[in-house]
Write a protein that binds this ligand. Structure first.
Ligand code: ADP
Ligand code: MG
Length: 338
């Protein structure tokens, strides 16, 4: 690569999307955005660190570019918003800047911009610096929603039904395969490849989140990054409620059948594995039909998995298993815990 400014220039030339709200993008000291009354801005940032959040020996560059943006789009979706602008900050180790420029960055940005274009997101800036060893990627996304319409974690009420999109555990299965040495094949389409892709190239539920936000029927929502159990616990805590989920209704991904695991282990991975980037939300039972319509429009499975309960003494998360109710073991991914 021929230095920082040449690199920025090459990134800048790949920006294909624009927006009426964008006055100035890459190239100045700051970007300039137009403010509009009647709407609110949603801002989110996600840090991906090599050897903590991904490994370069199994990462596929275009999938890593996709994932860097996808994790932040998922946060905007979880607020019921529409993503609009992004910033990208890179800490780059020597092996990724050596001349001639490694194809890594071309592929990385192809993945990043393909996803950005699909959802009309414009990259408006960023920063970069050299790092001694590990690649770090900091992804920032800004989105919008109508004023007062953002779906927070704190709005659940006792009696609400709990829903989750998609299936759970495919990403955990993919990570297990990667750590066991399996790799993505560009033309592979079996179950193992599905699992690998679920982990390396997650699909953020942007359209579903936006439509749900516009419909105004989700009371509380969160995206599943740490695992269903952990993320539901976050939602319950913010809403000051408890929850019971029904074991038989959890949509456990088929990908977990790739391993010689018992049913209990598969279930644990589905609710504790994390990084599925599905949306978990609560809504009034009376809105069930409207929710199903939105899911159908997005061609997304939607499963009702449980119910919100009033706060009381005892465990805040419960598991119903064929009529028998017991405390739910909440264990997801958490940094800094040994
Ligand atoms: P400054 O030193 O004033 O922060 P820079 O020279 O770092 O400006 O950046 C010049 C322009 O390039 C800015 O508009 C900045 O947002 C943009 N930029 C820098 N790095 C990136 C990146 N990784 N992705 C997108 N835009 C970038
Ligand atoms: Mg700078």
């Amino acid at each position: 690569m021929n230095g920082e400014f040449d690199f920025i220039d090459r990134i800048r030339r790949q920006v294909k999307t624009s927006s009426p709200d964008l006055i100035l993008g890459i190239g100045d000291d700051t970007a300039i955005l137009r403010e509009l009354s009647g709407r609110e801005s949603l801002l989110t940032v996600d840090l991906l660190v090599e050897d903590v959040d991904f490994k370069l020996d199994y990462a596929v560059p275009h999938m890593l570019g996709h994932k860097a943006l996808a994790v932040s789009l998922s946060d905007i979706a979880a607020m019921g918003g529409t993503p609009r602008f992004s910033l990208l900050t890179l800490g780059i180790p020597p092996r990724l800047t050596d001349s001639p420029a490694p194809p890594f960055w071309e592929d990385f940005f192809a993945g990043y911009f393909a996803l950005a274009e699909r959802f009309g997101v414009t990259l408006i800036g960023g920063d970069m610096s050299a790092t001694p060893e590990r690649l770090t990627i900091d992804s920032i996304v800004m989105g919008h929603c109508r004023a007062g319409q953002a779906v927070r974690r704190s709005g659940s009420r006792p009696g609400d039904a709990i829903y989750v999109t998609g299936e759970l555990g495919a990403s955990a299965a993919g990570l297990k395969l990667l750590l066991a040495g399996q790799r993505v094949k560009e033309d592979g389409d079996n179950l193992a490849q599905t699992a690998l892709r679920a982990h390396l190239r997650p699909e953020p539920r942007v359209e579903f989140g936006r439509l749900l936000g516009e419909a105004g029927i989700a009371r509380a929502m969160i995206d599943i990054s740490d695992g269903l159990a952990q993320d539901l616990a976050h939602l319950c805590e913010e809403s000051r409620v408890r929850a019971v989920i029904d074991r038989q209704r959890i949509p456990v991904s088929n990908c977990l059948s790739l391993f010689a695991l018992g049913e209990d282990e598969r279930f644990s991975l589905a609710i504790g594995g994390g990084e599925d980037f599905e949306l978990l939300f609560t809504a009034s039972e009376k809105d069930d039909a409207k929710l199903r319509q939105i899911a159908e429009r997005c061609a997304l499975p939607l499963t009702r998995i449980g119910e919100v309960l009033e706060l009381a003494e005892g465990p805040s998360m419960m598991l119903k298993d064929r009529g028998h109710v017991s405390p739910l073991d909440v264990r997801g991914y958490e940094h800094f815990v040994k």
